[in-house]
Design a protein around this ligand. Structure first.
Ligand code: SF4
Ligand code: FES
Length: 310
Protein backbone atom coordinates (compact mmCIF):
# COMPACT_ATOMS: atom_id res chain seq x y z
CA UNK A 1 0.00 0.00 0.00
CA UNK A 2 1.23 3.48 -0.80
CA UNK A 3 1.76 5.86 2.07
CA UNK A 4 1.67 9.65 1.76
CA UNK A 5 5.42 9.69 2.24
CA UNK A 6 5.89 7.45 -0.75
CA UNK A 7 4.71 10.33 -2.91
CA UNK A 8 7.52 12.63 -1.84
CA UNK A 9 9.88 12.55 -4.70
CA UNK A 10 13.60 12.47 -4.18
CA UNK A 11 15.63 15.58 -4.98
CA UNK A 12 16.91 13.78 -8.04
CA UNK A 13 13.47 13.14 -9.46
CA UNK A 14 12.26 15.25 -12.38
CA UNK A 15 10.17 18.23 -11.33
CA UNK A 16 7.10 17.08 -13.28
CA UNK A 17 7.22 13.32 -13.17
CA UNK A 18 4.64 11.43 -15.12
CA UNK A 19 1.68 10.28 -13.10
CA UNK A 20 2.14 6.59 -12.69
CA UNK A 21 1.78 3.89 -10.15
CA UNK A 22 4.80 5.23 -8.18
CA UNK A 23 3.51 8.82 -7.98
CA UNK A 24 -0.20 8.36 -7.70
CA UNK A 25 -2.23 10.46 -5.25
CA UNK A 26 -2.16 9.23 -1.66
CA UNK A 27 -5.08 7.09 -0.55
CA UNK A 28 -6.24 9.91 1.72
CA UNK A 29 -7.20 11.93 -1.29
CA UNK A 30 -4.63 14.54 -0.38
CA UNK A 31 -2.96 15.95 -3.49
CA UNK A 32 0.66 15.00 -3.85
CA UNK A 33 3.35 17.61 -4.39
CA UNK A 34 3.55 16.58 -7.99
CA UNK A 35 -0.01 17.81 -8.48
CA UNK A 36 0.66 21.28 -7.09
CA UNK A 37 2.16 23.49 -9.73
CA UNK A 38 3.14 26.08 -7.08
CA UNK A 39 5.14 23.56 -5.11
CA UNK A 40 8.00 22.03 -7.01
CA UNK A 41 8.31 18.36 -6.39
CA UNK A 42 11.91 18.70 -5.26
CA UNK A 43 11.00 20.92 -2.31
CA UNK A 44 12.26 19.21 0.85
CA UNK A 45 9.40 18.26 3.15
CA UNK A 46 10.35 20.60 6.01
CA UNK A 47 11.40 23.57 3.92
CA UNK A 48 8.95 26.35 3.03
CA UNK A 49 8.00 26.40 -0.60
CA UNK A 50 9.03 30.04 -0.85
CA UNK A 51 12.65 29.13 -0.04
CA UNK A 52 12.79 26.59 -2.78
CA UNK A 53 11.02 28.96 -5.13
CA UNK A 54 13.61 31.62 -4.36
CA UNK A 55 16.23 29.13 -5.46
CA UNK A 56 14.63 29.25 -8.89
CA UNK A 57 13.12 25.84 -8.65
CA UNK A 58 16.62 24.41 -8.38
CA UNK A 59 17.70 22.17 -5.59
CA UNK A 60 17.78 24.23 -2.38
CA UNK A 61 20.60 23.84 0.11
CA UNK A 62 19.66 21.36 2.83
CA UNK A 63 19.14 23.07 6.23
CA UNK A 64 22.14 22.50 8.38
CA UNK A 65 21.37 20.28 11.33
CA UNK A 66 23.68 21.01 14.28
CA UNK A 67 23.42 18.22 16.81
CA UNK A 68 22.27 19.45 20.22
CA UNK A 69 25.11 19.45 22.75
CA UNK A 70 24.92 16.48 25.06
CA UNK A 71 24.45 17.25 28.74
CA UNK A 72 27.38 16.02 30.80
CA UNK A 73 26.81 12.79 32.69
CA UNK A 74 25.65 13.37 36.26
CA UNK A 75 27.74 11.15 38.56
CA UNK A 76 25.95 8.57 40.67
CA UNK A 77 26.91 7.12 44.03
CA UNK A 78 25.62 4.72 46.66
CA UNK A 79 24.16 5.99 49.87
CA UNK A 80 22.59 4.41 52.93
CA UNK A 81 19.38 5.85 54.30
CA UNK A 82 18.87 4.86 57.92
CA UNK A 83 15.17 5.49 58.46
CA UNK A 84 13.36 5.33 61.78
CA UNK A 85 10.37 3.13 61.05
CA UNK A 86 7.21 2.74 63.10
CA UNK A 87 4.04 0.88 62.21
CA UNK A 88 1.46 1.26 65.01
CA UNK A 89 -0.20 -2.01 63.95
CA UNK A 90 3.00 -4.01 64.25
CA UNK A 91 5.60 -2.24 66.35
CA UNK A 92 5.72 -1.40 70.03
CA UNK A 93 8.58 1.01 69.51
CA UNK A 94 10.16 2.71 66.52
CA UNK A 95 13.28 1.06 65.12
CA UNK A 96 15.92 1.92 62.52
CA UNK A 97 16.16 0.24 59.14
CA UNK A 98 18.83 0.69 56.47
CA UNK A 99 18.19 1.08 52.74
CA UNK A 100 20.87 1.27 50.03
CA UNK A 101 20.02 3.53 47.13
CA UNK A 102 21.92 4.73 44.08
CA UNK A 103 21.46 8.44 43.64
CA UNK A 104 22.68 11.19 41.36
CA UNK A 105 24.65 14.08 42.79
CA UNK A 106 21.69 16.30 41.86
CA UNK A 107 19.16 14.18 43.80
CA UNK A 108 17.39 15.41 46.89
CA UNK A 109 16.54 13.40 49.94
CA UNK A 110 12.94 13.27 48.70
CA UNK A 111 14.11 11.52 45.51
CA UNK A 112 15.94 8.91 47.58
CA UNK A 113 12.87 8.35 49.76
CA UNK A 114 10.77 7.89 46.62
CA UNK A 115 13.27 5.34 45.41
CA UNK A 116 12.95 3.37 48.65
CA UNK A 117 9.16 3.55 48.59
CA UNK A 118 8.69 2.78 44.89
CA UNK A 119 11.42 0.18 44.43
CA UNK A 120 12.14 -1.41 47.82
CA UNK A 121 9.42 -1.04 50.43
CA UNK A 122 6.02 0.39 49.53
CA UNK A 123 5.00 0.51 53.17
CA UNK A 124 7.37 3.40 53.92
CA UNK A 125 5.16 6.37 54.81
CA UNK A 126 5.97 10.05 54.57
CA UNK A 127 4.19 13.22 53.52
CA UNK A 128 5.05 15.32 50.52
CA UNK A 129 3.09 17.28 47.97
CA UNK A 130 4.71 20.08 45.96
CA UNK A 131 8.28 18.70 46.02
CA UNK A 132 9.54 22.28 45.67
CA UNK A 133 9.62 23.85 49.13
CA UNK A 134 6.19 25.45 48.95
CA UNK A 135 3.62 23.24 50.69
CA UNK A 136 5.62 22.56 53.86
CA UNK A 137 4.41 18.96 54.18
CA UNK A 138 7.74 17.09 54.18
CA UNK A 139 9.56 18.46 57.21
CA UNK A 140 11.60 15.70 58.82
CA UNK A 141 14.60 15.30 61.06
CA UNK A 142 17.71 14.55 59.02
CA UNK A 143 21.01 13.83 60.75
CA UNK A 144 19.50 15.45 63.84
CA UNK A 145 18.36 18.63 62.14
CA UNK A 146 14.92 19.60 60.87
CA UNK A 147 14.75 20.03 57.12
CA UNK A 148 12.42 19.77 54.15
CA UNK A 149 13.38 16.61 52.28
CA UNK A 150 12.57 18.28 48.94
CA UNK A 151 15.06 21.07 49.66
CA UNK A 152 17.93 18.87 50.89
CA UNK A 153 20.50 17.68 48.38
CA UNK A 154 21.88 14.26 49.29
CA UNK A 155 25.43 15.40 48.52
CA UNK A 156 25.10 18.01 51.31
CA UNK A 157 24.08 15.42 53.92
CA UNK A 158 27.47 13.73 54.46
CA UNK A 159 26.49 10.78 52.25
CA UNK A 160 29.70 8.87 53.06
CA UNK A 161 27.94 7.92 56.30
CA UNK A 162 24.40 6.57 56.73
CA UNK A 163 21.92 9.46 56.54
CA UNK A 164 19.59 9.38 59.54
CA UNK A 165 15.99 10.19 58.69
CA UNK A 166 13.23 10.34 61.29
CA UNK A 167 9.97 12.10 62.03
CA UNK A 168 10.03 15.58 63.55
CA UNK A 169 9.92 15.63 67.34
CA UNK A 170 7.37 16.88 69.83
CA UNK A 171 4.23 15.82 67.93
CA UNK A 172 2.52 12.41 68.24
CA UNK A 173 4.08 9.85 65.90
CA UNK A 174 1.50 8.22 63.61
CA UNK A 175 3.59 6.14 61.22
CA UNK A 176 7.21 6.20 60.01
CA UNK A 177 7.90 9.86 59.13
CA UNK A 178 4.33 11.06 59.68
CA UNK A 179 3.26 12.90 62.82
CA UNK A 180 -0.10 14.21 63.95
CA UNK A 181 0.01 17.91 63.06
CA UNK A 182 -3.24 18.78 64.80
CA UNK A 183 -1.70 20.25 68.02
CA UNK A 184 0.53 22.40 65.81
CA UNK A 185 -2.36 23.69 63.70
CA UNK A 186 -4.51 24.24 66.78
CA UNK A 187 -1.88 26.58 68.24
CA UNK A 188 -1.85 28.43 64.92
CA UNK A 189 -5.62 28.75 64.90
CA UNK A 190 -5.54 30.05 68.48
CA UNK A 191 -3.65 33.20 67.51
CA UNK A 192 -6.32 34.18 64.94
CA UNK A 193 -4.22 34.11 61.76
CA UNK A 194 -6.53 36.29 59.71
CA UNK A 195 -7.20 39.99 59.19
CA UNK A 196 -9.56 41.51 61.75
CA UNK A 197 -11.25 44.81 60.93
CA UNK A 198 -14.39 46.64 62.04
CA UNK A 199 -16.93 48.73 60.21
CA UNK A 200 -18.08 48.34 56.68
CA UNK A 201 -15.84 46.90 54.04
CA UNK A 202 -14.10 49.70 52.12
CA UNK A 203 -15.07 50.23 48.51
CA UNK A 204 -11.40 50.05 47.49
CA UNK A 205 -8.32 48.24 48.76
CA UNK A 206 -6.93 48.99 52.20
CA UNK A 207 -3.89 51.11 51.49
CA UNK A 208 -0.52 50.48 53.10
CA UNK A 209 2.85 52.11 52.54
CA UNK A 210 5.87 50.03 51.51
CA UNK A 211 7.35 50.69 54.96
CA UNK A 212 4.22 49.42 56.69
CA UNK A 213 4.26 46.32 54.51
CA UNK A 214 7.95 45.72 55.19
CA UNK A 215 7.24 45.62 58.92
CA UNK A 216 5.84 42.10 58.73
CA UNK A 217 7.24 40.93 55.38
CA UNK A 218 9.49 38.25 56.87
CA UNK A 219 6.72 36.43 58.68
CA UNK A 220 4.49 36.28 55.59
CA UNK A 221 6.90 33.69 54.20
CA UNK A 222 5.85 30.95 56.62
CA UNK A 223 4.70 27.71 54.94
CA UNK A 224 3.51 26.02 58.16
CA UNK A 225 6.02 23.20 57.93
CA UNK A 226 6.50 22.95 61.73
CA UNK A 227 10.28 22.66 61.40
CA UNK A 228 10.69 25.51 63.92
CA UNK A 229 8.17 24.37 66.51
CA UNK A 230 9.37 20.77 66.41
CA UNK A 231 12.99 21.91 66.83
CA UNK A 232 12.18 23.76 70.05
CA UNK A 233 13.21 21.98 73.27
CA UNK A 234 10.59 23.95 75.22
CA UNK A 235 7.93 22.53 72.91
CA UNK A 236 9.34 19.00 73.36
CA UNK A 237 9.16 19.36 77.11
CA UNK A 238 5.79 21.09 77.21
CA UNK A 239 3.40 20.37 74.36
CA UNK A 240 1.10 23.13 75.64
CA UNK A 241 3.54 25.86 74.60
CA UNK A 242 2.24 27.74 71.56
CA UNK A 243 5.56 27.20 69.84
CA UNK A 244 7.57 29.42 67.48
CA UNK A 245 5.32 29.03 64.46
CA UNK A 246 2.18 30.24 66.24
CA UNK A 247 4.09 33.33 67.35
CA UNK A 248 5.32 33.88 63.79
CA UNK A 249 1.71 33.54 62.60
CA UNK A 250 0.58 36.09 65.18
CA UNK A 251 3.45 38.44 64.32
CA UNK A 252 2.31 38.53 60.70
CA UNK A 253 -0.98 40.19 61.76
CA UNK A 254 0.08 42.05 64.92
CA UNK A 255 2.37 44.28 62.89
CA UNK A 256 0.02 44.66 59.92
CA UNK A 257 -1.19 48.30 59.92
CA UNK A 258 -4.56 47.21 58.47
CA UNK A 259 -5.37 44.83 61.30
CA UNK A 260 -7.29 45.87 64.42
CA UNK A 261 -6.81 42.88 66.72
CA UNK A 262 -3.16 43.27 67.72
CA UNK A 263 -4.05 43.79 71.40
CA UNK A 264 -6.18 40.66 71.42
CA UNK A 265 -3.43 38.55 69.89
CA UNK A 266 -0.86 39.99 72.29
CA UNK A 267 -3.09 39.04 75.22
CA UNK A 268 -3.43 35.51 73.85
CA UNK A 269 0.36 35.22 73.75
CA UNK A 270 0.79 36.87 77.17
CA UNK A 271 -0.03 33.48 78.62
CA UNK A 272 1.80 31.00 80.76
CA UNK A 273 2.20 28.88 77.63
CA UNK A 274 2.73 31.91 75.45
CA UNK A 275 5.62 33.96 74.28
CA UNK A 276 7.45 34.06 77.64
CA UNK A 277 8.24 30.36 77.43
CA UNK A 278 10.75 31.12 74.69
CA UNK A 279 14.32 30.77 75.98
CA UNK A 280 15.90 32.39 72.89
CA UNK A 281 17.74 29.22 71.91
CA UNK A 282 17.61 30.02 68.17
CA UNK A 283 16.85 26.39 67.17
CA UNK A 284 13.76 27.67 65.40
CA UNK A 285 15.66 30.20 63.31
CA UNK A 286 18.23 27.60 62.30
CA UNK A 287 15.53 25.11 61.37
CA UNK A 288 13.36 27.40 59.25
CA UNK A 289 13.68 26.41 55.57
CA UNK A 290 12.28 29.78 54.52
CA UNK A 291 15.01 31.72 56.27
CA UNK A 292 12.55 33.53 58.53
CA UNK A 293 14.16 35.19 61.53
CA UNK A 294 11.87 33.34 63.90
CA UNK A 295 13.63 34.27 67.14
CA UNK A 296 13.68 37.94 66.11
CA UNK A 297 9.93 37.81 65.45
CA UNK A 298 9.38 36.30 68.90
CA UNK A 299 11.51 39.03 70.46
CA UNK A 300 9.45 41.70 68.68
CA UNK A 301 6.26 40.24 70.05
CA UNK A 302 7.76 40.20 73.56
CA UNK A 303 8.79 43.83 73.18
CA UNK A 304 5.34 44.82 71.94
CA UNK A 305 3.86 43.16 75.00
CA UNK A 306 6.17 45.06 77.34
CA UNK A 307 5.85 48.46 75.67
CA UNK A 308 2.36 48.04 74.20
CA UNK A 309 3.74 49.74 71.14
CA UNK A 310 3.42 48.12 67.74
S1 SF4 B 1 8.44 29.79 60.63
FE1 SF4 B 1 9.72 28.65 59.16
S2 SF4 B 1 10.08 26.67 60.18
FE2 SF4 B 1 8.38 27.63 61.24
S3 SF4 B 1 6.57 26.76 60.26
FE3 SF4 B 1 7.03 28.71 59.23
S4 SF4 B 1 8.32 28.12 57.50
FE4 SF4 B 1 8.29 26.37 58.86
S1 FES C 1 7.06 18.69 49.40
FE1 FES C 1 6.19 20.67 49.57
S2 FES C 1 7.66 21.72 50.78
FE2 FES C 1 8.61 19.82 50.40
Amino acid sequence: MTSPDDNLTSPDAPSNPPVGPETSAPPTGEPSQAQHPAVPADTPRDEPASVAAAAGGQEAAAPSRVPAPRAPEVPTFEVTLRIRRFDPERDEEPHWEDYQVTVHSTDRLLDALHQVKWEQDGSLSFRRSCAHGVCGSDAMRVNGRNRLSCKSLIKDLTPEKPILVEAIKGLPLLKDLIVDMEPFFQAYRNVMPFLVTSGNDPSRERLQSPEQRARFDDTTKCILCAACTSACPVFWADGQYFGPQAIVGAHRFIFDSRDEAADLRLEILNDREGVWRCRTIFNCTEACPRGIEVTKAIQEVKRALLTRKI
